[in-house]
Write a protein that binds this ligand. Sequence first.
Ligand SMILES: C[S@@+](CC[C@H](N)C(=O)[O-])C[C@H]1O[C@@H](n2cnc3c(N)ncnc32)[C@H](O)[C@@H]1O
Length: 255
Amino acid sequence: MCVCVTIFSTIMLKRKTRIRPVDDARTHIQSLRDKPEFMERFIDNNKGRGVFATQPVEAGAFVLEYRGELISAEECRARDYTELQSTFLFEFEWQKRHWCIDASKEDGTLGRLINDNHKSPNCTMKKIIVNDTPHLCLFAVKKIEIGSEIEYNYGDSQWPWRKKEPKQQTSVIETKTSLTDHSSHDASNKDAVVTQEPKQQTSVIETKTSLTDHSSHDASNKDAVVTQEPKQVFTIKGFSLVNYTESDETDEYIK
Ligand SMILES: C[S@@+](CC[C@H](N)C(=O)[O-])C[C@H]1O[C@@H](n2cnc3c(N)ncnc32)[C@H](O)[C@@H]1O
């Protein structure tokens, strides 16, 4: 009996002390510190550096902020970037305007070193507003094991390194069997991993503006941190490869 009470109290205490992902994000945004559970490592000459987990990460947990200089999209276009620097620009929409986090400067932060994975990323980018300023934060979409590389979908299909990816075995089979029903084949494609958005406990978040297009937003879902993922735009010398008309936003605020 006494043991049961102790176990129950321990579980309840753990539940109470578990930090909510969005609060964790806010704490790290405000302290300007990265989480110590992640480290930078050189991968190879093709990918360069990447970020790896040194501790297991729960699905839904806050991972890292994509830090950098917040500038307007106009300012971003006016600046002269090399092609490499351009891959450190993350453009997004906020309050019906286009903004950019310019992370092109080597500043020792980890978020800017996270690589692209558009097939089965383990993180997703969310827009978190703190003190009327948007911040881009990565959250885990699945459990991440120790030693795994942190990756998210940069959100645009025209990234140059994606063209270099080796063709899948399935395409060889398809060539040989031209009678294959492609519609059913696509559905069973093992690479088409669907990643669910993590559910967050976010009673501290409130929607502040009515400028948002709520048509695609499930108003009954009070758990979503941010309903729209910011799109990363690949910009080379001021030329955007993403059509902004596809963008949509919901402003979410942390008090
Ligand atoms: C935002 S940076 C990421 C950090 C970078 N790996 C580094 O060492 O500085 C984007 C650059 O990383 C590389 N990169 C990102 N994802 C990649 C991938 N899936 N495959 C190959 N290279 C990738 C590309 O060279 C790209 O220019």
